[in-house]
Structure formats: structure tokens, C-alpha cells
Design a protein around this ligand. Structure first.
Ligand code: HEM
Length: 123
């Protein structure tokens, strides 16, 4: 496994932890702390995008799995969008169900393609 794969996995692992903390803080009525954690989460998105973008670049040279890698990347961006959407709805006091559903679907696609279909450590 390359250094960048480690960075990628660490970055999205951290994102889930920060996302969960931000949600819990908001539910506990601590909107300000929740907002601060969300700002750190947004910086972490940059690490996810950077490492994911670098991983995807490997497939552009000559790989039969380029299509799957692109779908994997789009699903990953969708995971980020779903986290943002869920937090935004939570803050506005709107129902968050659609955000959570999207998060689960996008995450399943991302994990299946990331761990199941693409070679991973090979890169
Ligand atoms: C929170 C969002 C994301 C999650 C949960 C996620 C999850 C994963 C997982 C589980 C792997 C497999 C690692 C391995 O096999 O060692 C992976 C690899 C990869 N990810 Fe992501 N990812 C996310 C965001 C992104 C984004 C935004 C992009 C593109 C811009 C991206 C592009 C890639 C690529 C190209 C690989 C390499 C696949 C391989 O060679 O096996 N990911 N990601």
C-alpha cells in the first residue's frame, strides 16, 4: 500500500469521526462547537480530494479499470456532499432523513468499488 493510499484512508476515516462529532454536538445543543468541528471537517475534505485525485491519476495512463475508478471518485464526492447536506439540514432544523439515505448509498458504492473492485495496494 502506498503512502498516498494511507493518506486517503486516514483522511476519510477522520472525516467520519469529525462528521459524527459535529452531529452529536449539534444534537446536544452546542451549535458553536459543532460549527468549529465542521470547519475542520471541511479542511479534511481537501485531503480526501487531494489523495483521491492522486489515486485516480494512476488510472489515466493505461488501465482497463479507469471507468470504475472515475465512478469511485464521483461516489466519493457524493459522500462528501451527503455529509454537508446532512449537517446543513440539521442546522436548519429540517428533516435529515434524505441526507442520511444518500450518505448510506454513496458510502456503499464507494466502499464496494474502493475495497472490492479496484486493486488498491497495487497502485
Ligand atoms: C469520503 C469519501 C471517500 C471514501 C469513504 C473513500 C473510500 C475509499 C476506499 C475504501 C478506497 C480503497 C483503498 C484501498 O483499496 O486500499 C479508496 C481508494 C480510492 N479512492 Fe476513495 N474514498 C472517498 C473519496 C474519494 C474521492 C473524492 C476520490 C476522487 C476524487 C476518490 C478516489 C479514489 C481512488 C482513485 C482510489 C484508488 C482505488 C484503488 O486503486 O484501489 N476517493 N477510497
Amino acid at each position: 500500500m502506498t503512502l498516498n493510499t494511507h493518506l486517503h484512508i486516514t483522511a476519510w476515516g477522520l472525516a467520519f469521526i469529525l462528521f459524527a462529532i459535529s452531529v452529536v454536538l449539534h444534537k446536544q445543543g452546542n451549535a458553536k462547537a459543532s460549527k468549529i468541528v465542521q470547519m475542520i471537517l471541511r479542511l479534511d475534505y481537501l485531503l480526501i480530494l487531494y489523495s483521491g485525485g492522486d489515486l485516480i491519476a494512476n488510472y489515466f495512463s493505461d488501465s482497463p479499470k479507469l471507468g470504475e475508478a472515475i465512478v469511485k471518485g464521483l461516489a466519493g464526492i457524493w459522500v462528501i456532499a451527503a455529509m454537508e447536506m446532512t449537517l446543513a439540514k440539521l442546522k436548519k432544523g429540517k428533516p435529515t432523513k434524505s441526507g442520511w439515505i444518500q450518505l448510506v448509498i454513496a458510502l456503499l458504492i464507494t466502499l464496494i468499488l474502493g475495497f472490492g473492485r479496484l486493486p488498491g495496494g497495487l497502485m
